[in-house]
Design a binder for this molecule. Sequence first.
Ligand code: NAP
Length: 497
Amino acid sequence: MSQEFRDDRIFVAGEWRKGGGAPIRSVFAAEGVENTVLSGASAADADAAIERARAAQADPAWQGLKPHERASYLYRISEGISANIERIAWIQSRDTSKTLAETRALAASAAGTFRYFAAVLETSDDLLTVPRGDYLTASVHEPLGVVAAITPWNSPIASDAQKVAPALAAGNAVVLKPASWSPLVSLELAHIIEETGLPPGLFSVLPGSGREVGDRLVRHPDIARVSFTGGTETGRALARAAADKLIPVSLELGGKSPTIVFDDCDEDLAIAGILFGIFSSSGQSCIAGSRLFVQDSIYDRFVARLVEATRALVVGHPFDPRTQVSSLIHADHRASVAGYVALAREEGGEVLAGGGAPDAPDLAGGAYFEPTIIAGLDNSARTCREEIFGPVLVVMPFSGVEDVVAQANDNDYGLACGIWSRDQRKCWQVGRAIRAGTVWINTYKQFSISTPFGGDGASGIGREKGRAGLRAYQRQKSVYTDLSGQPHPWARWPAGA
Ligand code: NAP
């Protein structure tokens, strides 16, 4: 594909300029080569972006827009993304080593997110609520101000869109800090947004160090809300800083999601769903179904079939349309995944499939890791408790509903869960008993922008998507208007009244 990277500048409040921070190196880990080097943003760049954002957000040119006028910018952003799917997909595949099929889908999903929140904005009503006297009571919603959006590297444009679209729709300005491993597609989004004529200042993209730029954003007095997706430890640190300022923060964090296979399931459907749930995106997915519980009555046969299916997955280059499992994002990340497989062996686990880098000579230069299945561990092992964020599945047996609900819930995370059974009533009851933000029954990793998404416990606080996703970026205000024209009786005024 003949595409090129743009220049090395960052986007500060409508201005393309060199950042004052340390340079950021984008790599194509699938081939072990450098894509480009960007000038990274500094804390001073963050200050400048926030100052301009504050002014642009308060400007009547933005605040005075009717909802349908504000929505028109989001429709144009959506169209701009749709018109550039191939370029966005290429950039994102080069930056993250994801397959083109996946990055095309992520770009299409981002376009859909902007379109959806434009529609939500145009169709959301403020409320007249029930009064308890002769007055009108209204519940209205106003923008918060300047929003800091901080995103991870695994699905950059989709994560960016899930924050930027509702935040702009709600009437805010947004300063976006993408992950240092995947800065390029967020800058491409800046080009698209710039072309819509959105007033300068309302949107900035600051690739730069999380510890410097991200931290500055969160602590800056003019940031009114933080929307974060990333790791649990980073999320905890952000939440502490937001608590000091008493500002709202939403945290979409990690996961160690259970998939439960009952002996009355359709095994072929379950195997296909499990493969997709853990090994698509090379396992670098917050919702990856990384803990598999199989009912003991079918355990041996089912796991043998799953191992066979896993070995048949095509590991390959992200631009090869046959590829199912591509390179990991970075050689350092592969080292981390390999470290967990070594830990699993130390803990007494047996590697049933994969377990290391593939042998194929044409993949030797990349950060590939084979789809891996580990058995023989107890749910309390570190390998079963901690997020690996790679193509590694741990498999454990269970005896019945009570046992599996207890094991599935025995984990700090609470992001997602998959259940496979032909018994819909059992699926429903188990789904309700599992602590997770999302439950998939006889399916996995299906998404709709209309359906809220988020986690419980160590998987985070708050929900994105859905109609309420717009309100999460607004301040609710209650307004009481007297209709009686009568003085309050408590005052006994005017005298004698
Ligand atoms: P991460 O290390 O927590 O980084 C996420 C973002 O936070 C990056 O932009 C990072 O910048 C920034 N950051 C780091 N330290 C910071 C600080 N002290 N203050 C402010 N910002 C800071 O996570 P990641 O490795 O990029 O992403 C993987 C994690 O994201 C996994 O745990 C995954 O489960 C989670 N995730 C969750 C969801 C969800 O919806 N629940 C979705 C996707 C991913 P730098 O890159 O410069 O360090």
